[in-house]
Design a protein around this ligand. Structure first.
Ligand code: GDP
Ligand code: MG
Length: 438
């Protein structure tokens, strides 16, 4: 991510005009960065061609080519993951059977419970069926997760035929008027004939309204081939990407979506039930490109039901005052662990990497003290007031027990966020999450 970001930044930072020869160099650099993020080589080449075509053909006078490159890279990548197929939307007062498929270790069992909790919170009557009779301990794992989340479950210690367990479980829940019945299946380490045969048979037995493929977001290039193989045997209608909390940026998933024309609906961001987020194409690509993820931060804060004042409303109108910044910072300190959210703020992820959680937390607190020392008029402003009257900066530094440099840093970051609010929000506003309940 940082590599792509650096490549794009290089493109956008220099102020001189861009010659065509330079465009080639830049595209090469961006392509290399995308490849390093596991984006498929064929896609990268296609992307490079179409970007080049756009840029060479664009004869708009006075147009900033660097901006155009950046925007084109972003748009083209978004188009790749934002596929048109609509995921299934479960209906109330009827049985919706959702079958999970994927290789062993992809995160199926974990994600089953996450999805179950997601629907339970939205007032569906949800049950889990463990049709993994292949791996010893599979039922115990599901049972443990389900019990913890208070989700009814079904499985068997004695029946060895997964098709039979699936059929009986689904039937039982249907009789009891369950609305969402999630069927967890087994996987194998590799893609094997037996596995695909088993998926076809379970599918025939339970007739799912939706089949979800669970894909490990950290597997890189092999994602495409894996997704294609599963698509052939069990024509899944949605993808859930797991393990997006680690280093992986999910570049491989882009090719999986492009190859199967199947939308990603959620991403898993940790081992716990609450580590589950709606998938937003633009947010995903922002992260991949390392350009910060304010939308994600907003969503996260919103989900915690913290004090938001008018921040979200402001942001959607393309505004971001110091007051908004203060609210966000205060919320961030409440949210923890810092590392997880730091990446969502431009520049903050790098800072965390350099100085560590404890020091970063200290610095964030000082940022909050700084904003606490501002007057209401200052907080409600866009920061211009400090540029007009620099003596205010000195007053705030004194009042907060910090330095002028630190105050200037806060003002700088807020300006950056405000700029992002302005330029990105109109675009972000229109994006639709792929989550079927939204
Ligand atoms: P299954 O074999 O497909 O059922 O995979 P499991 O649900 O058993 O998950 C395999 C491992 O991945 C377990 O250790 C899970 O805790 C872990 N896991 C699943 N989803 C995530 C995720 O989103 N983030 C992280 N960090 N770990 C995950
Ligand atoms: Mg499992």
């Amino acid at each position: 991510g940082r590599r792509i970001n650096a490549a794009v930044a290089q493109v956008t930072s220099s102020t001189t005009s861009v010659e065509e020869a330079d465009i080639d160099t830049m595209l090469k650099e961006i392509s290399r960065a995308l490849l390093e993020s596991d984006v498929n080589i064929k896609l990268v080449l296609k992307l490079r061609d179409s970007i080049k075509k756009k840029i060479v053909n664009d004869k708009t006078p006075g147009l900033n080519k660097k901006k155009l490159i950046q925007k084109t890279v972003f748009d083209e990548l978004c188009a790749l993951v934002d596929c048109e197929a609509q995921p299934y939307k479960p209906k109330k007062n009827q049985a919706n059977v959702i079958m999970f498929v994927g290789l062993q270790g992809a995160g199926k069992t974990t994600t089953c419970t996450k999805l179950a909790v997601y629907y339970q919170k939205r007032n569906f009557k949800v049950g889990l069926v463990c049709a993994d009779t292949f791996r010893a301990g599979a039922f115990d794992q599901l049972k443990q997760n389900a019990t913890k989340a208070r989700i009814p479950f079904f499985g068997s210690y004695t029946e060895t035929d997964p098709v039979e367990v699936a059929r009986i479980g689904v039937e039982k829940f249907k009789k009891q008027k369950f609305e969402i019945i999630i069927v967890d299946t087994s996987g194998r380490h590799r893609q094997e004939k037996e596995l695909f045969k088993e998926m076809v048979e379970i599918g025939d037995a339970v007739k799912p309204q939706q089949t979800v493929m669970v894909l490990d977001g950290s597997i890189g290039q092999s994602a495409q081939q894996q997704a294609q193989a599963f698509k052939e045997s069990s024509n899944f209608g949605a993808i859930i990407l797991t393990k997006m909390d680690g280093e992986a940026k999910g570049g491989g998933a882009i090719s999986a979506v492009a190859a199967t024309k199947t939308p990603i609906i959620f991403i898993g961001t940790g081992e716990h039930t609450q580590d589950f987020e709606t998938f937003f194409p633009k947010q995903f690509i922002s992260k991949l490109l390392g350009i910060g993820d304010i939308q994600g931060l907003m969503e996260h804060v919103k989900s915690l039901n913290l004090d938001q004042k008018d921040t979200i409303k402001n942001f959607q109108e393309g505004k971001f005052t110091l007051n908004d910044f203060q609210t966000q910072m205060t919320n961030i300190l409440k949210m923890g662990p810092l590392a997880q959210i730091a990446n969502m703020i431009p520049g903050m992820g790098d800072m965390m990497n350099q100085i560590g959680e404890e020091e970063a937390s200290k610095r964030l607190k000082r940022m909050v003290y700084i904003m606490d020392s501002m007057t209401k008029q200052e907080l409600d402003s866009d920061g211009q007031i400090f540029i007009d009257e620099p003596s205010r900066i000195i007053r705030v530094a004194r009042g907060s027990g910090t330095t002028v440099t630190e105050v200037e840093m806060v003002l700088f970051q807020q300006r950056m966020m405000a700029r992002m609010a302005k330029t990105n929000m109109s675009m972000m506003n229109t994006q639709k999450g792929r989550n079927p309940m939204a």
